[in-house]
Write a protein of this length. Structure first.
Length: 314
């Protein structure tokens, strides 16, 4: 990764963090960071999203992090360290690290990073994008040597990974400091040193996801049977369609569009089945229905692997 001869402004630890975007990933990142002992500010442009995140953090996320015991901490103390703020400026002023977790749309992210560059001139800037390279926003960031991809995985207490990727200009000390931050959260934190759309896991996961959707689109099998076979064959507790529900079907769609806008390949257009469910307002866990109904999807039933009759049947 590129080196710079200028004096570093990034030595030392990361003690304060702002998370921008209070959706599934933003809420989890904020909660885990606060649980680690750091002060955290969480912002979303939609006030209702903050309210939903506060509720999920209190009732679901912090208890799950505490139970997982990947790092030591205290839920009550974490709640005290986590602040929900009404403006972007208030969120990022004076923090060491800003993690962007807004929707998977490069134009939206470019707007956010232009504001972050201005409002947080001394902070490390990370994007939690699932597919968009940080290099795609370097031109709107002053001093892009502080910019990188910081890709977390949901749920953060189970998928204990954090992929870091250079924007092409990222300072070595920025990368090392952010890697130390990730490790302090109990995460395995590989560094990707060349530009890779989809990074590591999502390049592989996208191939699995797309082919699973094609099998359904072609009428070969149902989502339930695909997940059932996957869970038996690979001995896992989740499978492609259950994972898509957890991540959000709208997120899965936006990732596919981000590829299609770069490749112009018609095979990169999102799956008709996926688009139909989204049109019906079925986005997965966050709306209570996607490929499965929630909070008790069929794949969690003990009879599911035996071909039980209570499949959701979309």
């Amino acid at each position: 990764m590129p080196k710079t001869n200028r004096p570093s402004r990034f030595a030392g630890g990361i003690e304060s963090v702002a998370v921008i975007g209070a959706g599934t990933m933003g809420a989890q990142i904020a909660a885990l960071t606060a649980f680690s002992g750091r002060t955290v500010r969480l912002f979303d442009a939609i006030p209702e999203a903050i309210d939903r995140a506060a509720n999920r953090i209190e009732r679901e996320i912090l208890p799950a992090i505490a139970e997982a015991r990947q790092i030591s901490g205290d839920s009550a103390a974490a709640r005290e360290r986590l602040t929900f703020v009404p403006t972007l400026a208030e969120a990022v002023t004076g923090v060491d690290l800003v993690i962007e977790a807004v929707r998977e749309d490069v134009d939206v992210k470019r707007e956010v990073f232009a504001d972050l560059s201005r409002l947080a001139p001394a902070a490390i800037l990370g994007t939690n994008s699932s597919s968009i390279r940080s290099a795609q926003v370097t031109d709107v960031v002053e001093r892009p040597e502080r910019l990188l991809n910081t890709h977390f995985f949901a749920p953060v207490w189970m998928r204990t990974l954090l992929e870091l990727m250079t924007c092409g200009h990222t300072n070595d000390e920025v990368m090392q400091r952010t890697q130390a931050f990730g490790r302090s959260l109990g995460l395995v934190t590989p560094i990707i040193t060349v530009q890779s759309k989809g990074f590591i896991i999502n390049r592989i996961w996208r191939a699995v996801k797309r082919e699973s959707l094609r099998v359904v689109d072609e009428g070969v099998a149902t989502p339930e049977d695909i997940d059932r076979m996957w869970m038996i064959f690979f001995q896992t507790q989740q499978a492609p369609f259950g994972i898509m529900d957890m991540v959000g079907l709208d997120v899965a769609r936006d990732i596919e569009w981000s590829y299609q806008r770069e490749t112009f390949d018609p095979t990169d257009v999102p799956s008709p089945t996926l688009l139909r469910l989204i049109e019906e307002g079925k986005l997965g866990e966050k709306t209570g229905e996607g490929f499965y109904t929630h909070p008790n999807p069929a794949y969690k039933d003990p009879d599911f692997l035996r071909g039980g009759s209570n499949d959701d049947g979309h």
